[in-house]
Every structure is written in structure tokens, then in C-alpha cells.
Design a protein around this ligand. Structure first.
Ligand code: ATP
Length: 884
């Protein structure tokens, strides 16, 4: 169907939809059922079987299986079966870990999928883009990622960037008229918007004509390359580390095998022991557990309203040294109220809090009224997208909070939506943070046209050449200007956000363009809006400060307003710690970098300045987190180390350019995310420490015993069992450990800091060495007592090794000492350790397993002895104070 050739009504008729009410829910549901979800077919999900088989791809596991097969062929059935069972159990564990990680990653994807604004049953609603069907009417605004193929029916300076489809990176301006020509290229279908492209400016409405694989994008979807998730720097570093560890483990294992054979142990026995030892000692599961820890941490973050879009961000959060935060809505509540209105040099105070539509106007504490008050608020109402209406006896507010506040003030002056009906909006130039103003051209009932311009006073005052007073308009004198300026500063220093309202009569028959209507305007009034700081933010800024992270406010508001709010939030006490957009324009990059450490507030800035700020901070060695919501924020979000976008008010473009999305737009969530990020990293260090120390212990006990010409302290199945019991669940439980109390009192982690820094490497070696030593001692003492009871001595070694690791796991929870934290606090860890102990007990007390594992039941007195021995590595170091 050539939708671009049809006029709007034909499109509507063909799709059986209506421009006033859209589709009904029933019809939409039917179409959804018939045509399926609006999404492109992705590559097949990894099948469960594949995920399971993947667990066996590890080289050493394959060697072990081959060796087992060999021992099976040689008649060692019991050993062979036992080893295979253990390998399978291990794989099941790995399988669940990976499946969990995959699940949480796809959930993340879902959470950051775009929503669409759809007209259903006469109401505009937000729906997941997957639920859109042909015939739906969709609203498009700047920053939206277009979710389906759409024939446009309304366009207000709508510009769309279609590079995803056409390769052309310059945005194209769209219109709504039918194009009669045949065979028009996609790039020239100016009345169409295509799935996957981006609205860069303006707004519009369109009818969905194609969804899912029925879109132009769907036709080429097969050509799109599926991007695989990139490993995070930490995962990459660990994979490199894994390579080194494999070599070390193989070298030591080869030594054990070599010395063993040289000392006369049977070759076959040494071979199987060596491979089992290699399987146990090589931390092949490390990258997988890291992914699990990251994705579980990311799930915890979602519960706390922070969506991490890229796993690597979790690490960078811990490195962050500066947070650049937007003011409105992030540091403040974004629930504005007009508190003052200044018209004809008279200041009116307005009563009433929040969005309550009841309130009065006062001049010097006396109730007062003025035609100009009403007039200015009517203009504000006309030049706005917001709505304030009564629905089911309740007031419903919709739209930009600044505009809602102006409408609420208008209601207080009895200017309602009904007053608006006497005017017709002819044209609109949308508000954007770069221009800091919005303009509409309006026609009244006598066909008189005029422009209404509302925006930042410092942008509009220089454009004002007239002022409106009771008698009409008169020239805007220097004196007028000074008076308004003085009032502006007064409002700003009371933390009020200021908006100027201006008009410009347009003579009939005269042509006008965007630039001319916004010049030589008539100043009508100045509104002062309060936007209180969020209560919880002050504490969060303080917490960041304690964690060595500086918070910087970035706002489009007036410098005085910004400083006043910054002071209320304890962000700075210094009135001078502010730079404005115009000052930034005059500074070179180097000048800015030299000053930037002393600046706490950037005011009257545009999104383009944000990039300059990020770069200057980075030049000073900072790791920068930057917030943003609009299309123009995207470059700064991309350039920052952590781009943070707003879940509620952010555009799709901002979200796609960010690493972190705040579901509640709240600064406090950034602080929470940083705390979680630091904790996840520390947890990863905890289980690396645990796993490697355990492996060092396992290798050393075998190596020392062989070197000292003792029999092998553990047989292959025992080694594999130790690996299964100690490595799996306890390590995972460490991955979800609670943060230490001082995570937010440490300075940010330097980017270059290695994984083994801050004493981790020393701890791994010393603890691992001691674990090996006590196990060896326990074995030697038991063996010396009665060399005929080798099975008994091995059982003692087996229990000591496992218990030493299970006790040591509690030490790994703290960088300080095992006594520093309550061991019962991490219930997962307690559960994991108890289940590991149960697995140990089964193997030494259940007769059929005793045969397989060559163990004997040990009496309670031995348990006391073994527990004392296995506590030594942990308790001993518990008394040695260690720094973080
Ligand atoms: P942030 O603090 O998050 O950067 P901001 O709201 O301070 O956001 P902008 O939205 O760019 O920054 O607003 C800058 C100025 O533009 C405001 O101080 C106000 O004077 C003016 N302004 C804001 N919203 C509107 C609007 N809807 N119409 C006209 N002018 C507006």
C-alpha cells in the first residue's frame, strides 16, 4: 500500500480509525491478536539445551571426561560414574547461574524499551511500543524513537532523523500532505515516519500503517547485525587473569603429577588426580560468577529504581568522582507553583500551595485584582501544551510542570480552558532548552492575529520594545527595563524560577516568520515560580560528599535562582561558585578546565554547554556522571563516563545514549546506584578472594604431601567434591552480600586500580597457604598415628580442607577482620554453608557414598579437632588488624 499517496481521510477510512477517538480497546486487542506484537524478530533465544551443553565446553572438563571414560574402560566404574555425576551436578549449577544472568539481562532490555503515546477510546495513553497496532493514532515529540511505520496527519515543525533507514544523518522536515507521485523513495516520503527513526525537533501526530515485520525496518531486519553484549572491562580483565591462572594451575598440577610419578605413585592414579586437581583449581567459572554477581546486583538496583543499561556501568559507578545533575525535577520536586506575578510594575503575591487551583492575589498583603493579571495568565495559557481540567470531580494536571503551574495560577484568576476556546492556534514554535522560549501565533474571534512568546526573562527582555500597561502598550524605556530587572533578581534570589510573558500584535496581511515574531515584542508580565528541593536530596548530596564525590548543579535557570537552591541543598555556601552559559561561551576549554574544580553551579546553560563541562572535568582526571533528558543532551550523555537519563521525563534518545536510567528522575537514586555499584565490585573482590585462596589451599596440600613423600591426601572424587561443595553456592552467596558500612566513606576507586590491590593478593596467598598447611598437618598427624588407616587420614584431610574453606568464606565478607561483621547477617551465605556441610556429612556418613568417596565416619571428638584446625587460617588473621 502506498500510504503516502493517500490523503489523511483516506488513510483513516482504510484503517477504520478516527482522528478524534483513535481505536477502541476491543478493536486494538483484536488487531494485536491477529498481527502479533509490534517488534522485529530477533535472533533465536539461546536454547536451554545449548546453555546446558555450553557448560561442558571448558577444555579441562573435557579432558576430565575423557580421562574418566578411560578409567571406565579400565574397569574403574565407580570412580568413573562418580566423577561424571559430579561434573553433571557442577554443570547444572553453572547452567542455573547463566540462565539467571540471561533472564535478568532480557528483563533489563524490556524495562528500557520505549513507550508510545496512543489515542485509545478518545484518551491519550502511554503503552509499551509492542502493543501498537495498525490504525492507532500516535503522538510524536522531540526525542521519540518512532515505534512503527506512520502516515503523518499533524506536524508542528516536525523533523525526523532517518539515518537508521536511509543513511542520511541530517534530519528531514515532515509535512502531512499527500504525495501524488508514484514510486517515491523512503527518503522522500515526507508525510511518513518510519520505525526506528528519531524525532529531533517539533511534534506531530500520525496513524500507524505498519507494525513489527510489516514495517520498512522489518523488511530489512534480516540485514541488521545482531549486536552481542560486550564483556565489561572487569569481565575482560578477569578473562585475561583466568588465562594466567590456568597456566599457573597447570604448572603446579604438572609438578604434583611429575613428583608423584617420580616418587613411585602409579601413573594412572597420578594422571586422574592431576586432572581432577586442575579442574578444581582452575577458576574457570570466575567470569560466569562475575556476570551473575553483576546481573543480580543490577536486579537489586532495579528494585531501587535504577536501570543499568550496560553492565560495564556498574564498575564505572564505583569510579565516579563527580555527578553533574540537572536541577529541575532531579534535585527539585518539579512540582511548581507560581508565587508571584509582576505586571505593569506591580507585584502580586499568589496564595495556595502545589497544584491546588484555589488561591488569591495580593498586593502588599491586601487582596487585589487587575485586568493585566488576567490578561497575562490568559496569554500564558494559550502559549502552553499543558492542561488542567476536572475529571470525575478531581483535578487532573497534564504536561510540563512549568506550564501546569501557570495554568493553575490562571484558574486562580478564573481563567479556565473555556476562555481558551475564543482563540485559534495558527502556528507554534516549540519550547526547547537551547532557545529557552516558546511561541504561538493565535487568532481571536475578530480574526486579529498576534504572537505570544513566553520564556526565560533574560532572553525576552532584550527583545522587548514595548510594555503593556492598563492603557495599552507603550515603549519599553530603560527605566522600565531596570525595574523589571531588579524584580527579576529579587525573585531569583528567593529561589524562584522566572518566566516572562510577551506578545506581539501581527498586522493582517503582513507575512511573518519565526525570527521576526520573536523580536520587538511587548512585555506583559513576569512570573516567579517556586520549585522546592526534594527533601531527601540534601542527605544524598552529603552522602556523596562523604564518599569523595562532588555534586555539580547544571540548570537552564537563572544563576541567582540556581545558587539559592544550591545553598538550600548545602551544595555550596559560596555565591561565587557559579558560572553562566554566557561566561562559558567566552572561556577556552583550558580556562574552563583550570577553574572547574571550584564551580558548584552552572546556570543558564544550554545542553551544548554540558559537553564542554564533561570534557573539562575529564581533562582534570574526573570520572563524570552526567544527567540529561532531551535530544540535545545526547552528546554529553555519550561523552560522560556514566550517562544518566530520566525514566519519567527523558526522551528515548537520551535513554538510548545513557548507561543508567533513573525510574523516578530522583537524584537520590544516583547515590543509591553508586552505593550498589561499589558494593557489587567489592562483592566480586570478595568471591575472587575466596575462590582463589581455596584453590591455593587445594593445590598446596597436594603439592606439599607429594614433596614430603606422603601418599596423596585426597583422591580424585574427593578433590572434585571439595570443588563442588565449596566453590558453587558459597561463592554466589558472597556475590549478593550486603555492603560494608563504610562503602560510602571510602574515596572513589581509581580507574587503574587492579583487582588484587588493597591487600587482596596478599590475603589470597597467606590464607590459601594456611588452608593448605592445616589440611596437610591434619592429614600427616592422622596418618602418622596409624599408616594403615589411610582412608581415615584422607577423610580427616577432606573434612579439614572443606571446613577451612567454609570458615574462611566468612572472613572474605570484610576487608578488615572476620570479627568485624556479624556472620549471620548474610542469610544466603549461612544457607549455602549449611548445605555444603550437609553435602560433606552425607559423603562421610552414608555407607554407599562412603564406598565411592573412600571415606569413613568420624566420631564427634574428631569434629572438634578438625574444626579447631580448620579455624586457624581465619581466626589467626582475625586478630591481625588490616587496613582497607
Ligand atoms: P534543568 O534545571 O533540569 O536544566 P531547567 O528547567 O532549569 O532544567 P530549561 O527547561 O532549559 O531548564 O529552562 C530554562 C528556562 O527556560 C527556565 O528558567 C524558564 O525561564 C524557561 N522555560 C522553562 N520551561 C518553559 C516553557 N515551557 N515555556 C517557556 N519557557 C520555559
Amino acid at each position: 500500500m502506498k500510504w503516502y499517496q493517500l490523503d489523511q481521510q483516506e488513510v483513516m477510512d482504510k484503517l477504520a480509525t478516527d482522528s478524534n477517538s483513535g481505536l477502541s480497546k476491543t478493536i486494538a486487542d483484536k488487531r494485536l491478536k491477529k498481527n502479533g506484537l509490534n517488534k522485529l524478530n530477533e535472533g533465536k533465544n539461546t536454547s536451554l539445551l545449548f546453555l546446558f551443553l555450553k557448560q561442558f565446553q571448558d577444555f579441562m572438563v573435557l579432558v576430565l571426561l575423557a580421562a574418566t571414560l578411560l578409567s571406565g574402560l579400565l574397569g574403574e566404574y565407580v570412580d568413573a560414574i562418580a566423577i561424571i555425576v559430579i561434573v553433571i551436578i557442577n554443570s547444572i549449577l553453572g547452567f542455573f547461574q547463566e540462565q539467571r544472568a540471561e533472564k535478568s539481562l532480557s528483563k533489563l532490555k524490556e524495562l528500557s524499551a520505549p513507550v508510545a503515546h496512543v489515542l485509545r477510546d478518545g484518551e491519550w495513553v502511554s503503552l509499551p511500543s509492542t502493543h501498537i497496532v495498525a490504525g492507532d493514532l500516535i503522538k510524536l515529540t522531540s526525542g521519540d524513537r518512532i515505534v512503527a511505520d506512520i502516515r503523518l496527519i499533524k506536524s508542528a515543525s516536525l523533523e525526523i532523523e532517518e539515518s537508521a533507514l536511509t543513511g542520511e544523518s541530517l534530519p528531514v522536515t515532515k509535512h502531512v500532505n499527500a504525495i501524488p507521485t508514484n514510486n517515491v523513495e523512503y527518503a522522500d516520503q515526507m508525510n511518513m515516519a518510519f520505525m526506528g527513526t528519531l524525532v529531533t525537533k517539533g511534534s506531530g501526530v500520525g496513524v500507524v500503517v505498519g507494525t513489527g515485520m510489516d514495517t520498512v525496518m522489518g523488511q530489512i531486519a534480516d540485514l541488521l547485525v545482531q549486536t552481542k553484549p560486550q564483556p565489561t572491562p572487569l569481565e575482560r580483565r578477569l578473562a585475561d587473569l583466568g588465562g594466567v591462572l590456568i597456566i599457573i594451575a597447570l604448572f603446579l598440577t604438572a609438578m604434583v603429577v611429575g613428583v608423584g610419578v617420580w616418587q613411585g605413585h602409579p601413573l594412572y592414579e597420578m594422571f586422574l588426580s592431576g586432572i581432577s586437581l586442575a579442574v578444581a583449581a582452575i577458576p574457570e567459572g570466575l567470569p560466569a560468577i562475575v556476570t551473575v554477581a553483576l546481573s543480580l546486583g543490577v536486579q537489586r538496583m532495579i528494585k531501587k529504581k535504577a536501570i543499568v543499561r550496560k553492565l560495564a556501568a556498574v564498575e564505572t559507578l564505583g569510579n565516579t568522582t563527580v555527578i553533574c545533575s540537572d536541577k529541575t525535577g532531579t534535585l527539585t520536586e518539579n512540582k511548581m507553583t507560581v508565587k508571584q506575578l509582576y505586571v505593569n510594575h506591580q507585584l502580586f503575591d499568589i496564595s495556595g500551595d502545589g497544584y491546588d487551583v484555589h488561591g488569591d492575589f495580593y498586593v502588599k498583603n491586601q487582596k487585589a485584582n487587575s485586568r493585566l493579571v488576567e490578561e497575562s495568565l490568559l496569554y500564558a495559557m494559550l502559549c502552553s501544551h499543558a492542561s488542567v481540567r476536572k475529571h470525575n470531580k478531581k483535578w487532573v494536571m497534564d504536561g510540563d510542570p512549568t506550564e501546569v503551574a501557570l495554568l493553575v495560577a490562571a484558574h486562580k484568576a478564573n481563567i479556565t480552558e473555556a476562555s481558551k476556546k475564543q482563540f485559534r492556534i495558527i502556528e507554534e514554535i516549540a519550547f526547547d532548552s537551547d532557545r529557552k522560549r516558546m511561541t504561538v501565533i493565535v487568532e481571536d474571534q475578530s480574526h486579529q492575529r498576534f504572537a505570544i512568546i513566553k520564556g526565560a526573562p533574560d532572553v525576552l527582555l532584550p527583545r522587548s520594545t514595548y510594555i503593556l500597561d492598563e492603557a495599552g502598550r507603550r515603549p519599553f524605556s530603560m527605566k522600565d527595563n531596570n525595574k523589571v530587572e531588579t524584580q527579576l533578581l529579587k525573585m531569583a534570589s528567593q529561589a524562584l524560577r522566572t518566566i516572562a510573558i510577551c506578545i506581539k500584535p501581527l498586522s493582517p496581511g503582513h507575512s511573518y516568520d519565526a525570527i521576526s515574531v520573536e523580536n520587538n515584542v511587548t512585555f506583559v508580565g513576569l512570573a516567579g515560580l517556586i520549585d522546592p528541593p526534594r527533601k531527601e536530596v540534601k542527605k544524598a548530596i552529603k552522602a556523596c560528599k562523604d564518599a569523595g564525590i562532588k555534586t555539580v548543579m547544571i540548570t537552564g535557570d537563572h544563576a541567582k535562582t540556581a545558587i539559592a537552591i544550591a545553598k538550600q541543598l548545602d551544595l555550596t555556601r559560596n555565591d561565587e561558585a557559579v558560572l553562566t552559559g554566557s561566561q562559558l561561551n567566552q572561556m577556552s576549554d583550558q580556562q574552563l578546565a583550570d577553574q572547574i574544580n571550584d564551580i558548584a553551579v552552572f546556570a543558564r546553560v544550554t545542553p551544548t554547554h554540558k559537553l564542554k563541562i564533561v570534557q573539562a572535568l575529564q581533562q582534570k582526571g574526573h570520572i563524570v556522571a552526567m544527567t540529561g533528558d532531551g535530544v540535545n543532551d545526547a552528546p554529553a550523555l555519550k561523552a560522560s563516563d556514566i550517562g544518566i537519563s530520566m525514566g519519567l521525563t527523558g526522551t528515548d534518545v537520551a535513554k538510548e545514549s545513557s548507561e543508567l536510567i533513573l525510574m523516578d528522575d530522583n537524584f537520590t537514586t544516583i547515590e543509591t546506584a553508586i552505593k550498589e555499584g561499589r558494593n557489587i565490585y567489592e562483592n566480586i573482590r570478595k568471591f575472587i578472594r575466596y575462590l582463589l585462596a581455596s584453590n591455593v589451599g587445594e593445590i598446596l596440600v597436594m603439592l606439599f604431601a607429594i614433596l614430603m613423600a606422603y601418599p596423596l591426601p585426597l583422591i580424585p572424587v574427593q578433590i572434585l567434591w571439595v570443588n563442588l561443595v565449596t566453590d558453587g553456592l558459597p561463592a554466589m552467596a558472597l556475590g549478593v552480600d550486603q555492603p560494608e558500612e563504610d562503602v560510602m566513606r571510602m574515596p572513589p576507586r581509581p580507574v587503574k586500580e587492579g583487582i588484587f590491590s588493597r591487600g587482596l593478593g596478599v590475603k589470597i596467598i597467606t590464607r590459601g597457604f594456611l588452608i593448605g598447611l592445616v589440611t596437610l598437618l591434619a592429614f600427616i598427624i592422622a596418618y602418622q598415628n596409624d599408616p594403615d588407616q589411610l582412608t581415615y587420614a584422607r577423610t580427616i584431610a577432606f573434612v579439614t580442607l572443606i571446613m577451612a574453606q567454609l570458615i574462611h568464606v566468612f572472613d572474605c565478607r570484610s576487608a578488615r577482620s572476620v570479627f568485624a561483621r556479624n556472620p549471620l547477617k548474610n542469610v544466603y551465605l549461612v544457607g549455602a554453608v549449611l548445605s555444603s556441610i550437609l553435602l560433606l556429612i552425607i559423603v562421610i556418613y552414608y555407607p554407599p557414598l562412603q564406598q565411592i568417596f573412600e571415606t569413613v565416619a568420624i566420631p564427634p571428638t574428631d569434629w572438634i579437632y578438625v574444626l579447631c584446625m580448620s579455624s586457624i587460617p581465619t581466626v589467626l588473621f582475625g586478630f591481625v588488624p588490616s587496613k582497607k
